[in-house]
Unconditional design. Structure first.
Length: 114
């Protein structure tokens, strides 16, 4: 059974940083290594939106709203993908979800507030 487990969310002040992690289990390692991994977010009343993706080869893609502030990375040895979030803004407040292929994590709450 494939599981994606996010962690690292929390409450942070504007301008602060958080690092999200997504650990994948139950997924064949070869598949994980070549699969595109993504982070998405959903704020109350909004649709889920793409934040960032990273291919198996390390090519990254970011939403315009997070470019220059967020960095996605992956550690294939640990079956884990990360999202480093810097210069956080109140509008970054959302539940952040990890995704690969057709699988989703349960989400981790990020709240940016003073």
């Amino acid at each position: 059974q494939v599981q994606l487990v996010e962690s690292g969310g929390g409450l942070v002040q504007p301008g602060g940083s958080l690092r999200l992690s997504c650990a994948a289990s139950g997924l064949d390692k070869i598949i994980f290594n070549i699969a595109t991994m993504g982070w998405y977010r959903q704020a109350p009343g909004n649709q889920r939106e793409l934040v960032a993706t990273i291919t198996g080869g390390g090519t990254t893609n970011y939403a315009d709203s997070v470019k220059g502030r967020f960095t996605i990375s992956r550690d294939n040895a640990k079956n884990t993908v990360y999202l480093q979030m810097n210069s956080l803004k109140p509008e970054d407040t959302a539940v952040y979800y990890c995704n690969t292929i057709k699988f989703w994590g349960q989400g981790t709450q990020v709240t940016v507030s003073s």
